[in-house]
Design a protein. Structure first.
Length: 630
C-alpha cells in the first residue's frame, strides 16, 4: 500500500516537535497514557448518553507491555477506538485533536475532563521510536484498521485483525547511541517510575506485568544454597484517585504525612497542611504543606521554588515558580486545574489571567493560614518562624515593600521583655503612655544589643526594645516606616526623644559652654566622625556612637559585607556623657594639655567602636595610646 504524505505544514511541525518542542524524551509515555485515558472517557460518556452498553468504570483499563527482544513498547486501551476516517483525520493531520473537538462539543456536560487539547502529544512517540503502529477498532465497527508510520516520510492505513474495541499503539524503539539510551524505556522499573511521576492520577488503572523473584522453598536453610524462582504478576502502577480529591474525612493524618514525605522528599512530617479548592473564574484544587525545617540549600542560589502543577491529574510541571511569591517560596505542594492555558507541549504555561488568578488566591490562602497558626498555635508558629522567618523579613523589604502590608503582622522580633519573640501588634498594644516611638537596637546577639549604652536609656524609661539580630531586620523596618502611626527608631540614632525638657536644656547649655573643647576633639578625629556632642541620654557609660542620616551603623556593616566596589559609611557622631568622670578629665586636658585631649579623643572613639561591635581602624595605634595613658 503506498504511503500517504503528511501535509507540508504537518511535516514541518512533526520535525519541530521531535527535535524541539519537548524538553524530556520521557514525556512520550505521559502523552500516550493521556490519549488512552481520553479514549476511555469518550466511550464512557458515549455509553452514559446511549444506554450504557452494560459498561461501568471498573471495566476500563490501560495496559503497557514491554518486549526487550523486539525492542517494542505497547500501550493498549479499551476505549472508544477509531475508524479508518478518524485515524486518517486525527493522526494524518498533526495538531488535529479529536479530544479538543470532543471537549468543545461537550462543554455543557458535567465531569467532562479530556486531557489532550492540541493533537500533537501522540507524535512525541517519534522522539524515542523510528516506527509506530496504531491498530484500532471503533465502538460498533466490524472492522479494525492499522495506521503505520516511520516518521517524516509519511504514513499508511491498512486493514487490521483486532477483534475487540479499543486501540493498541506499538513503538519500535530506536537503537541506543552514545548520547541516548532508548533501551531504558524497556525496563520495568523505569516505566513504573514514569507512570508514578506523571500519570499516577489517571482515573483508570494502568497495568503492566511485573517480574518478581523469591526464594525457592526448601533452599537457603539447613546448609542448602539459596535458589530463586521468577514469576510474573500483572500489577496496577497508578493510584488513580488523587489524595487532594478525597474529602478530609477520607484521609488520615498518617496517610497525608506519608504522601508528603514520599512526594516531596522530606524525612519529617509537615508542620501544617493547607487544602483549598475553588470553582468559577479559576477552578483548581491545591494541597500545600508548610515544612518543619528549611532544606540545606534554601538560602542559596541553587534553591528552586515552585509547586507541582497538574492538569486534570497529569503532572505538567515539577516546579511552577509562578504560583508562589518569593516570600512564600518555602511552601511545598501541588495545584491541579482543568482551566490552564498550556503551550503546545504541555510542559510550560502560557502567562495568562488564569495563572495569575490562581497564584493570587494561593498567596492570600497561605497568608491567612499562617496568621491562623500564629493566633491559635503560637508554639508551632514560632517553630515555623525559626525555620523561615528570615524569608518573611526579606519579603517585607523585597520589591520596594510590595508585600509589606500582608507580611507585617506575620513577622516576629525578639523583645527585651524576657527576650521572647513578639509581633509588632503585640509591641504596640503594650506601649507605655507617652512613648513616642517603637524602639529597636541592632547587633549580633540580643545580649550585645542590651549592653549598648543607648539601650540602658531606653530600658530605664520602662520602654520595650526590639532586639534585631538578622541582617535584613533594620532594612525591613525602614521599608515599613511606621506601624499603626508609630515610627521605628534606632537607639543608635542621634535623637531618641527620651529626655525631659529640663535635661535637654542642661545638655544644650553644657554643649555651648564646652563648644571649643568639642570642636578640638572633632578636629583631632578628623573625618572619622561628623560631630562630637554632649549626650542627654547616656547614663553609666562615658561615650557612645550615634548616627545622623538614613544609614545606621548596623546597615553600614551589612552593606559593606556585600561585594561592591565602593564602601558605605554612616555619618558617625561621638556622644559624651557630661555626668561621667571622664568628661571632667577631658575639660581639664582642654585647658592644660591639648595633645592629651587628642589622645583621649582617639581612645574614646575606638572604645565606642568596640561597644558597637565595629573593628578599630588601627589596633596598633589604639594599643600605643592606651599604654601611653597608663
Amino acid at each position: 500500500m503506498p504511503l500517504k504524505q503528511f501535509k507540508a505544514e504537518s511535516k514541518r511541525l512533526l520535525d519541530l516537535m521531535i527535535n524541539s518542542i519537548y524538553t524530556h524524551k520521557e514525556i512520550f509515555l505521559r502523552e500516550l497514557i493521556s490519549n488512552a485515558s481520553d479514549a476511555i472517557d469518550k466511550l464512557y460518556y458515549h455509553a452514559l448518553e446511549n444506554g450504557g452498553f452494560g459498561l461501568n468504570r471498573d471495566d476500563f483499563f490501560i495496559r503497557i507491555d514491554l518486549h526487550k527482544d523486539a525492542r517494542t513498547l505497547t500501550v493498549t486501551d479499551n476505549g472508544i477506538g477509531m475508524t479508518r476516517e478518524e485515524l486518517d483525520t486525527n493522526l494524518g493531520v498533526i495538531a488535529k485533536s479529536g479530544s479538543l473537538q470532543f471537549k468543545q462539543e461537550a462543554e455543557e456536560k458535567e465531569d467532562v475532563d479530556i486531557i489532550g487539547q492540541f493533537g500533537v502529544g501522540f507524535y512525541s512517540a517519534f522522539m524515542v521510536s523510528d516506527h509506530v503502529t496504531v491498530e484500532s477498532r471503533a465502538l460498533g465497527s466490524d472492522e479494525a484498521w492499522v495506521w503505520e508510520s516511520r516518521g517524516l516520510e509519511g504514513y499508511q492505513i491498512k486493514t487490521g485483525s483486532k477483534s475487540d474495541r479499543g486501540t493498541v499503539i506499538t513503538l519500535h524503539l530506536k537503537e541506543d547511541t552514545d548520547d541516548e539510551q532508548y533501551g531504558e524505556f524497556l525496563e520495568q522499573y523505569r516505566i513504573r517510575e514514569l507512570v508514578k511521576r506523571y500519570s499516577d492520577y489517571i482515573r483508570y488503572p494502568i497495568r503492566m506485568e511485573m517480574q518478581h523473584s523469591h526464594l525457592k522453598e526448601g533452599t537457603g536453610v539447613d546448609g542448602k544454597d539459596p535458589e530463586y524462582e521468577t514469576h510474573f504478576e500483572v500489577e496496577t502502577l497508578n493510584s488513580m484517585t488523587p489524595i487532594w480529591k478525597k474529602t478530609k474525612s477520607e484521609v488520615t493524618d498518617e496517610e497525608m504525612n506519608s504522601f508528603y514525605k514520599e512526594k516531596f522528599h522530606d524525612w519529617q512530617d509537615p508542620l501544617r497542611v493547607i487544602r483549598t479548592s475553588t470553582e468559577g473564574a479559576a477552578t483548581y484544587s491545591a494541597l500545600l504543606f508548610v515544612p518543619k525545617t528549611a532544606p540545606m540549600d534554601y538560602y542559596t542560589r541553587d534553591f528552586e521554588k515552585g509547586l507541582q502543577l497538574y492538569a486534570s491529574g497529569v503532572l505538567i510541571m515539577e516546579k511552577c515558580a509562578d504560583l508562589l511569591p518569593d516570600c512564600f517560596s518555602f511552601m511545598k505542594g501541588l495545584v491541579d486545574s482543568q482551566d490552564l492555558s498550556l503551550n503546545i507541549s504541555r510542559e510550560m504555561l502560557q502567562h495568562d489571567r488564569q495563572l495569575k488568578l490562581i497564584a493570587s488566591r494561593l498567596e492570600k490562602k497561605i497568608a491567612s493560614e499562617l496568621a491562623s497558626m500564629l493566633q491559635n498555635d503560637r508554639e508551632k508558629y514560632e517553630e515555623f518562624f525559626k525555620a523561615f522567618g528570615l524569608q518573611l523579613k526579606y519579603g517585607l523589604y523585597d520589591n520596594y515593600g510590595e508585600k509589606k502590608d500582608e507580611l507585617k503582622d506575620l513577622v516576629l522580633f525578639t523583645s527585651s521583655l524576657e527576650q521572647k519573640p513578639v509581633t509588632l501588634k503585640e509591641y504596640v498594644s503594650r506601649m507605655k503612655e507617652g512613648q513616642p516611638a517603637i524602639y529597636y537596637g541592632c547587633g549580633e546577639t540580643a545580649q550585645r544589643i542590651l549592653s549598648l549604652p543607648q539601650a540602658e536609656a531606653v530600658t530605664e524609661k520602662g520602654y520595650e526594645l526590639l532586639l534585631l539580630t538578622d541582617n535584613v531586620d533594620e532594612f525591613a523596618l525602614k521599608m515599613l516606616e511606621k506601624y499603626e502611626d508609630k515610627e521605628f527608631r534606632n537607639i543608635s540614632a542621634d535623637d531618641l526623644e527620651l529626655s525631659t525638657e529640663e535635661e535637654k536644656e542642661k545638655t544644650r547649655a553644657l554643649g555651648e559652654s564646652n563648644k571649643e573643647m568639642l570642636a578640638a576633639m572633632k578636629e583631632a578625629l578628623g573625618d572619622k566622625v561628623q560631630d562630637v556632642r554632649v549626650s542627654a541620654t547616656l547614663k553609666s557609660h562615658p561615650v557612645c556612637l550615634s548616627t545622623d542620616g538614613m544609614i545606621s551603623t548596623e546597615m553600614e556593616k551589612v552593606l559593606n559585607s556585600m561585594p561592591a566596589q565602593e564602601k558605605i559609611h554612616a555619618q558617625r557622631v561621638l556622644e559624651l556623657n557630661p555626668d561621667h568622670p571622664v568628661f571632667g578629665k577631658l575639660t581639664g586636658f582642654y585647658e592644660n594639655d591639648r595633645e592629651k585631649l587628642a589622645t583621649y579623643a582617639g581612645i574614646l572613639y575606638d572604645l565606642a567602636l568596640l561597644i558597637e561591635g565595629l573593628p578599630i581602624d588601627d589596633p596598633a595605634d589604639f594599643s600605643r595610646k592606651l599604654c601611653e595613658i597608663i
